[in-house]
Ligand binder design. Structure first.
Ligand code: AMP
Ligand code: ZN
Length: 112
């Protein structure tokens, strides 16, 4: 399978990892949109949000349990934003489920 995030998980292409355990990994986004911009992904290849099910959602819960720890480590004491782009309209460009952890600046609402 030709998946850039699976290649990062397998160590085939480099990344700046900030967190890793048995089921998830977090690394810096190559094209940061905020002073802190980290991608948190399951090691299991799940294509996108549409494919989250009762069978695999434990890893999504684990991601959301881990994000606050990463945010604190990154010094995001004044809040942060978590984004999941799912599908074409949302602008998903990598078809491996990922959550953007963004912080270090103020964000507008609604998003663009
Ligand atoms: P999305 O547009 O929501 O699918 O987000 C994909 C993100 O992956 C973008 O913010 C890219 O900058 C980022 N990205 C793509 N390739 C890499 C890579 N090799 N290492 C780190 N981030 C990447
Ligand atoms: Zn993948």
């Amino acid at each position: 399978m030709d998946c850039v995030f699976c290649a990062i998980i397998n160590g085939e292409i480099p990344s700046s990892k900030v967190y890793e355990d048995d089921t998830i990994v977090a690394f810096k986004d190559l094209s940061p949109q905020a002073p802190v911009h980290i991608l948190v992904i399951p090691k299991q290849h799940i294509k996108w949000g549409y494919d989250v099910t009762p069978e695999n959602s434990a890893v999504v819960a684990h991601i959301f349990e881990t994000i606050p720890k990463i945010a604190k480590e990154q010094g995001l004491d004044n809040g942060y934003r978590v984004v999941n782009n799912c599908g074409e309209s949302a602008g998903q460009s990598v078809l491996h489920l990922h959550f953007h952890l963004l912080g270090g600046r103020d964000f507008t609402w609604p998003p663009g």
